[in-house]
Every structure is written in structure tokens, then in C-alpha cells.
Ligand binder design. Structure first.
Ligand code: F6R
Length: 581
């Protein structure tokens, strides 16, 4: 949520920064801005997408600068509230990702001292505080070091000052990485914008402050100098490019077979003891799609391993902590979701053993949890989670496999083939039914209930069609009142112990006038006869049927959004990494 980029070197800074911000737009995209130091400090800020105003921001002259792409928290998305923010003199500029929780009291004090505020943001207090400290120290690094202890909350900041040939970077609970070039340095929220310039990176830790010049970087933890290693980052430029696909989301859906395979290989020898034993209760905490992945895990684990598991929303757990013991697993592809991280901290306070499942090396969650298991999805640029979801499932399914004595080794080793088969299917008839719908219900039972939740979430977020996932038996307890020919139902109906009741449920829905699209197993004549559209899925085991139905629902949502002309990769009001509670 919000992306920041900084540059100092021999090249013009603004095109590098603007280009970098475009790659971070998935973190927020309601407004953006850059500040460049050339003959003086100049700032260019704009409401809306970067592509619409890239030329004016990208033509500022100077070889040192900072930029920001915003997902509004404090203050509406407009030019004034967009970053960079400057101090009263206009000599210091700052960009910030995070939330300053005590900004109101700091602002009151600064206003009383005579500072002039222009924006409604929490961020602006930081630059005025630095302004005050600079008056005392006449040194930008010392001024930032003296300012940070007054801040409560989370921040990754970049600061520049007219007349100083350096960039100050600092982080606390928001991500920040420095890219090391040849006679040039970069700073960014993550490696995505840096990979085309360098593969050498320094990951700052919470409490670090870096003073970056053209030729060197000095890092302090608070006021103490520290050494942070330069790491070689294993990312390829192709990973962050669209590569001929119409959208990142489609590219990422097509990358799922490989991503699933890579993750299964990476966790093949996953050992779960001593953290998880069959007697200790397992609790999962997560948000959004990651919550849905956790709920699938709960069903699979209880069915396959007869081991109880519970799942809680990260956003509820911190404030209403349930009595938990044993192991708490936080699932977060970004590794930065504030609600999930808070929940894990709460679990630690309750003496639980914590495990994080994340896609991002060095992310905040991996510093919080006792142990981290990495998915191998590669960078996911589109806001809607697809391959990160499938790789979360890969890790979680492997956990179920381990806890049920490796019963599913063979199935997991071939899971990627099922996803490949799905990618060849045609969903155009389903899209035709969905794109004119007022509302869509997704229903399933057991592990297919959370698959329904995930399918509905995808449709809501990228096609902006109201959609709800339901446990199939629950529809008759109220939502039936909404069924009509304009309210299709997507039913996942697989052979097994709930098949008979699913068939009855589908007949009840049909009787209320709803068109039914069924995802079923190949050759199911009974199902074919009663539904409006039947989509046969491969697989005869719940693990692969979950993967197959999930990918089908992703594709139906994607093609519906495209047919409706929506901005698939950057849906309105959303951001990929939600670092606020
Ligand atoms: C939906 C989506 C979100 C995220 C949620 C949690 O497509 O991406 O619902 O799943 O914001 O994000 P992470 O997994 O980064 O904690």
C-alpha cells in the first residue's frame, strides 16, 4: 500500500523514478508524485494513474530524487495529499509508506509552533519535524535520526534536501530495499522496479536509517553504525514484464502450473515437527484470499488427517483474541498485511509457536514469525491474487500430506498438470451468463465452499459484479429470496458424500428461476441434465478438484472483467499490499 522509489547517481533521476513507480502501481494508484534536486528542488504531483501524467513528472531535471505512488489512507486522493510532502521552506521533501498513528498530536504541536500544513495526510508531520531538527543540527541524517523516535506507527521514508547530495532512507514495519548499482543507488518498496538496474540489494531492517550518496551507503540502527549484507536477488526481468499477455493477471494465471510445481518441489521435504504435532490445535490467521486458502486447508486437514484446525481473520484476532495454544500459522502472500502480522504478534504474546507462509523473502512477517515457509510464486503484479493463492495451497496441501503420512505425494507431484488442463478450457458461455448478471452466487460444500468464496471474491474485485460465496446448503436460509434469471449460481458439484444433497440444492435453485453453471466431474450425466451450463473438470481427488475448480473460477472472473472493459490489474479502490489495520 503505497510504493516509493528513490535514485541518486549519474543519470537523470525522474525517468528512472517514474518508470519505477509504474512497476509499483500495484501497491496503490490513486495519485503519484516526484521530487527532484537539480539546480533547485522541484516537485510534480498528480491525481490519477501515472501513465496519464508521466511526461511532466518524468521530465524534471536532476540526478537525485524520490517518488511515491499512493493508496489513500489519510486525506482523499488528490494532488495536495499526494506525496512528496515538503516542509515550510520547500527545501526538504519526503515520501512515506505506512501510517503515523500519533500524527494528530504531533500536528497540533507543530501548528502551535507556527508550521504551515498543506495536506490532510498523517505523513506531513514527519517532514515538519525533520525541518525543526534540521534547524538544530544542520545535518539531514542527524535531523532524521532525531525525528524518528517521536513517530508511532509504521513507515518507510525517503528524504532529500536541497543542497545535500544524498538520500536518507529509513524503515519501521514497512518494507524498504536499497539497490546497489555502479556509481548509483536506488531505493524502493521492493525489488520490482530495481531489477532492470541491478540484482544487488541491501534489505533494510526495522529501525535502520541509511545515508546514501552516489558512491557509498552508511547504515545506522538508530544512531549505531551497522553492516547489512549486499544480497544477490534471484529475479528476472521477464518476471516483472507482461510478456505478450493482455494483463498481468492472465500471465500470472498461466504461470500457475510452474509456480505450483516449483512450490511443491521446494517444500517436498517440509518437516513440521516440533511445531506441529497431531495433538496440538492448529490455528490459522489470514485475510482476504489468504483466508480462503486457510479455510480450504482446514477442510482438507480435518478430512484427510482427522486433525482439527480453526481459522480466524487477522483483523479480528488482535482485538478479540480467542484462546489459542500450540501453533498459529499466518498466511500472507505479501508478508506485509498489518492485520495478519498483528495477529501473529498477539499469538506470540499467548505463547504460541508461530509459522508464516509468505511469498516475499525478507518481508515483515518473516521477521515476526518463529519460522517462515516460502512459496515460490515469483512476483505477482496484478492486484488480484492468483498464482500466490495456488502456491499457498501448494504449501498447505503439502502440510496436510505430511500430517496424514504422505498419502498425497503422488497427487501433489502431478497437481500442475491439472492446472495446465484447465488453461485449455473455454469459458466463454459462462462469461456470457455472468457479464449480464446483477449478482452471482457461488456455492459448494466442504473444501469447495471456500473455493466458492474465492471465486466470488475474484468476480467482485475485478469485474465489480456483486458476488457471494456460500456453503451450498445455506442458500435456502435466506438468499433464495434473491434468486432470479438475473442471478446465476455457480455450483461446484463433485462426486462424494455431498453429491446427492448438492444435486437437490441445484434443483431447488433452478426451481427459483436461477440459471445454474455447474463445475462437475467429467461425464456426469445427472448433472448435465439439470443445469444450464456444465463445465467438466479433470481429477478424481478432492485436492486436484479444488485446484481445477479454483482455476476455472479465476478464468471466468478474468474474462468477465475483460468483457466488461474493467481495469483488471488495478481494480478500483484496492491495493495489493495492505499495510494498515
Ligand atoms: C484478493 C487479494 C486480497 C489479499 C489480502 C491479503 O485477490 O489479493 O484479498 O489476499 O489482502 O493479502 P496477503 O496475502 O498479502 O496478506
Amino acid at each position: 500500500m503505497c510504493g516509493i522509489v528513490g535514485y541518486i547517481g549519474r543519470r537523470e533521476a525522474s525517468p528512472i523514478i517514474v518508470d519505477g513507480l509504474k512497476k509499483l502501481e500495484y501497491r496503490g494508484y490513486d495519485s503519484f508524485g516526484v521530487a527532484i534536486i537539480g539546480s533547485s528542488l522541484t516537485v510534480s504531483k498528480h491525481q490519477g494513474r501515472i501513465a496519464e501524467n508521466a511526461n511532466s513528472a518524468g521530465s524534471l531535471q536532476g540526478k537525485l530524487g524520490i517518488g511515491h505512488t499512493r493508496w489513500a489512507t489519510h486525506g482523499i486522493p488528490n494532488e495536495i495529499n499526494s506525496h512528496p510532502h515538503t516542509d515550510c521552506s520547500g527545501e526538504i521533501a519526503l515520501v512515506h509508506n505506512g501510517i503515523i498513528e500519533n500524527y494528530a498530536e504531533l500536528k497540533r504541536a507543530l501548528l502551535a509552533q507556527g508550521h504551515t500544513f498543506r495536506s490532510d495526510t498523517d505523513t506531513e508531520v514527519i517532514v515538519h519535524l525533520i525541518e525543526d531538527r534540521y534547524k538544530e543540527t544542520q545535518d539531514l541524517l542527524s535531523a532524521v535520526q532525531a525525528t524518528l523516535p517521536s513517530l508511532k506507527g509504521s513507515y518507510a521514508i525517503l528524504v532529500i534536501r536541497n543542497g545535500e547530495d544524498r538520500l536518507i532512507a529509513a524503515r519501521c514495519a514497512s518494507p524498504l530495499v536499497l539497490g546497489v548499482g555502479d556509481g548509483e543507488y536506488f531505493a524502493a518498496s521492493d525489488m520490482t522496479p530495481l531489477i532492470e538496474h541491478t540484482e544487488r540489494a541491501v534489505f533494510l531492517e526495522d529501525g535502520d536509517i541509511a545515508s546514501v550518496s552516489r558512491t557509498s551507503v552508511a547504515i545506522f540502527h538508530g544512531n549505531e553504525p551497522v553492516n547489512r549484507p549486499i544480497e544477490l536477488v534471484d529475479l528476472r526481468l521477464e518476471d516483472v514484464k507482461k510478456g505478450g499477455f493482455a494483463h498481468y493477471m492472465l500471465k500470472e494465471i498461466y504461470e500457475q502450473p510452474q509456480a505450483f510445481y516449483n512450490t511443491i518441489q521446494a517444500v517436498r521435504d517440509l518437516s513440521l515437527s516440533p511445531e506441529i504435532t497431531c495433538i496440538s490445535p492448529i490455528t490459522l490467521v489470514a485475510c482476504g484470499s489468504s483466508f480462503n486458502a486457510g479455510l480450504i486447508f482446514k477442510y482438507l486437514l480435518e478430512e484427510a488427517g482427522n486433525i482439527p484446525a480453526r481459522i480466524e481473520f487477522g483483523s479480528e484476532f488482535k482485538y478479540f483474541p480467542p484462546p489459542v495454544g500450540g501453533t498459529v500459522i499466518g498466511i500472507t502472500q505479501s508478508g506485509e498485511t498489518a492485520d495478519t502480522i498483528s495477529a501473529l504478534l498477539q499469538a506470540k504474546a499467548q505463547n504460541c509457536c508461530t509459522i508464516a507462509i509468505t511469498n516475499v523473502l525478507g518481508s515483515s512477517v518473516s521477521r515476526v514469525a518463529d519460522r517462515t515457509i516460502f512459496m515460490r510464486a515469483g512476483p505477482e503484479i496484478s492486484v488480484a491474487a492468483t498464482k500466490s493463492f495456488v502456491t499457498q495451497l501448494a504449501v498447505l496441501m503439502q502440510m496436510v500430506n505430511r500430517l496424514s503420512e504422505n498419502t498425497y505425494d503422488e497427487i501433489l507431484a502431478h497437481g500442475h498438470h491439472v492446472i495446465e488442463e484447465l488453461l485449455l478450457m473455454d469459458f466463454s458461455d459462462a462469461v456470457d451468463l455472468c457479464m449480464t448478471a446483477q449478482s452471482i452466487f457461488y456455492v459448494g460444500r466442504g473444501a469447495f465452499y471456500p473455493v466458492s468464496l474465492e471465486g466470488a471474491l475474484k468476480m467482485k474485485e475485478i469485474a465489480y459484479i456483486h458476488a457471494e460465496g456460500y456453503a451450498a446448503g445455506e442458500l435456502k436460509h435466506g438468499p433464495f429470496a434473491l434468486l432470479s434469471p438475473k442471478t446465476p449460481v455457480i455450483a461446484i458439484c463433485m462426486p462424494g458424500k455431498t453429491y446427492g444433497v448438492m444435486i437437490s440444492n441445484i434443483k431447488e435453485m433452478k426451481a427459483r428461476g436461477a440459471p445454474v453453471i455447474a463445475l462437475g466431474s467429467a461425464g456426469d450425466k445427472e448433472l448435465i441434465d439439470i443445469v444450464d451450463l456444465y463445465l467438466p473438470l479433470p481429477g478424481n481427488n478432492v485436492f486436484v478438484q479444488v485446484l481445477a475448480s479454483l482455476v476455472a473460477l479465476q478464468l471466468i472472473a478474468y474474462y468477465t472483467a475483460v468483457a466488461l472493459g474493467k481495469d483488471v490489474d488495478k481494480p478500483r479502490n484496492l491495493a495489493k499490499s495492505v499495510t494498515v489495520e
